[in-house]
Ligand binder design. Sequence first.
Ligand SMILES: Nc1ncnc2c1ncn2[C@@H]1O[C@H](COP(=O)(O)OP(=O)(O)OP(=O)(O)O)[C@@H](O)[C@H]1O
Length: 373
Amino acid sequence: MSMGIMKSLKDNFDKNLNVDIALDFDHFNLRCQFRFDLEGITGILGHSGSGKTSLLRVIAGLNQDAKADVILNGRTLQNRNNFIKPEQRKIGFVFQDARLFPHLTVLGNLNYAFKRCKPNHLDLEEIIHLTQIDALLNRDVLKLSAGEKQRVAIARALLAEPELLLMDEPLSNLDNRARGNMVQLLRNIHQRLSLPILYVSHNIIEIQQLSDDVMVMENGRIIQHGHVHQVLNNLHERITSEISSPTSLTLTVKQHLVNFGLTQLDFIAPHNNQVKLFAPLMNASLGQALRCYILADDLSLSLVKPEASSIINCFCGTVTQLHRLSRNGMMVKVQVMDHTFTINTSRYAVELLRLAHGTEVYIQFQADAIRCF
Ligand SMILES: Nc1ncnc2c1ncn2[C@@H]1O[C@H](COP(=O)(O)OP(=O)(O)OP(=O)(O)O)[C@@H](O)[C@H]1O
């Protein structure tokens, strides 16, 4: 197995992406300028039509009309005078639909990429195993399920040994269960290959579970870019006009209470008091950091500390924001130390509790409201 060689090669170059793009369609203008170190998975979130696909297409070299400077790992892919063709950019692209070669089997599709990439630093068997397609190799690609097709498409993209992988809504044709499995598979791939990924999705949960950094696009512009928790917990009002994003946290495992079916996670509350935060019992080692989220509908608010309550998680915090979501629905942000919690409640409750910026409140949630990954 050539994992050692793979890893050292991946680590040898400076990984960064430098982009300055101006692209004009009849009714849409894309203007993006950014430079960042390519380390993990960067999620790209935004309403339909905000320009996410257009941005990926320019980076991949699929839109020659764009006025763009694109520099990947110090290599100029495009500027006023140069245009490197898509197949020479060392950028992989996985689309919403798998786009496999229909006349080839699964193995034929993989070999197409593998044989064109010389010398090979990746091990074909390893990639087949990593993408869980061992049992599919001789199958006709037209007879695969949507999830199977996407796994083959990912394997094929990896075998071309890209320096950057672009993924455009790769899981949108899958049901919830297949989507969950694919998120885990993508995390494994990323961990094993250290391959930077730009990952476009409408699905905030998918972005929360996969991304280290998140960019938010609106109307052809990047309006937010930063660490996943920081961006998702403070999503721009225009993006959260109809939905609330989940509270996004990284928490470490403190202890397992096997008899109660609970796992205690580390959480620092006001005045530096360590308070107990419980999640459902999970198979994770002590000290392991977990990506966690809580849906806004799963939290409730109280003005007084509930002394005797069956809801076992309760923290004191301060209201920092109130935002009307619908005719009767409100979104409330509560700051608890460094953590911002997002709670959905009714306009009636906000008036009843006289909630305002600065109100001290207690947030409550059940153990199974916290979902960990
Ligand atoms: N070839 C084209 N010619 C003219 N307009 C285009 C072209 N491609 C995209 N657009 C327009 O550019 C805008 C951005 O499209 P884009 O596909 O980049 O958005 P998106 O954020 O990826 O949307 P979605 O999430 O629905 O896929 C849209 O208004 C779209 O109609």
